[in-house]
Design a protein around this ligand. Structure first.
Ligand code: YK8
Length: 177
């Protein structure tokens, strides 16, 4: 996979997990900025293997006239049981975009690692892969890949920016931030 985000934030690992993987006001705001609408979140639930799972549904806005304006999407997230509260979190998410051309050929897999580096700092790493459910024709495949990478890069660049803003807000004024 490609590494899209790899950075230390002045936020505890627990806080980072909460920002990204709960129904936080941060993630709601971020979705607004990205024009991701109609979001519904399901609660984390333990499965038979001890991992936790949840799913999200939303509508994404696409600014590409060739592809369309909107697509519904489903994101299935797995929080692996090796995760340790406040220390280490490993979340894998699969994003299915239901209404784009060739949607039955591919999905996107994002792997998030949140690693505590001190009481108030953590490293966030995000790896992404475009996965194929069936092999498309070569030209189609490069079309999918190209459009996916650019969209994903854009998304994670902005996520990084917004997280840095959140960090600045939380750490200003000292106190018990
Ligand atoms: C998640 C990857 C591909 C998809 C899109 C597909 C175009 C198809 C091109 C051909 C629109 C929030 C993306 C970017 C939509 C947004 C997805 C997001 C950013 C075949 C005509 C949604 C992370 C995420 C992962 C994958 C992204 C899609 O949290 O180009």
């Amino acid at each position: 996979g490609r590494l899209y985000l790899n950075r230390v934030f002045h936020l505890s690992a627990g806080k980072m997990f909460e920002l990204l993987f709960s129904e936080s006001s941060f993630i709601r705001r971020f979705m607004n900025v990205r024009k991701i609408t109609n979001a519904s979140f399901n609660a984390w639930q333990k499965d038979a293997s001890g991992n936790r799972k949840r799913s999200l549904n939303y509508t994404i806005t696409i600014s590409n006239p060739l592809i369309g304006k909107f697509s519904t999407a489903t994101e299935n997230q797995t929080l692996y049981k090796e995760s340790r509260e406040g220390q280490y979190y490993h979340v894998e998410s699969e994003v299915y975009t239901h209404d784009v051309p060739y949607h039955d050929y591919f999905y996107t897999q994002n792997r998030y690692y949140i690693i505590s580096s001190s009481k108030r700092k953590c490293r966030l790493r995000v790896y992404t892969d475009v996965k194929y459910k069936k092999q498309p024709w070569g030209l189609v495949k490069s079309f999918i890949t190209k459009n996916s990478w650019s969209g994903i890069q854009d998304y994670f660049r902005q996520l990084e920016t917004e997280l840095l803003e959140e960090e600045a807000e939380m750490n200003q004024g000292g106190g018990d931030s």
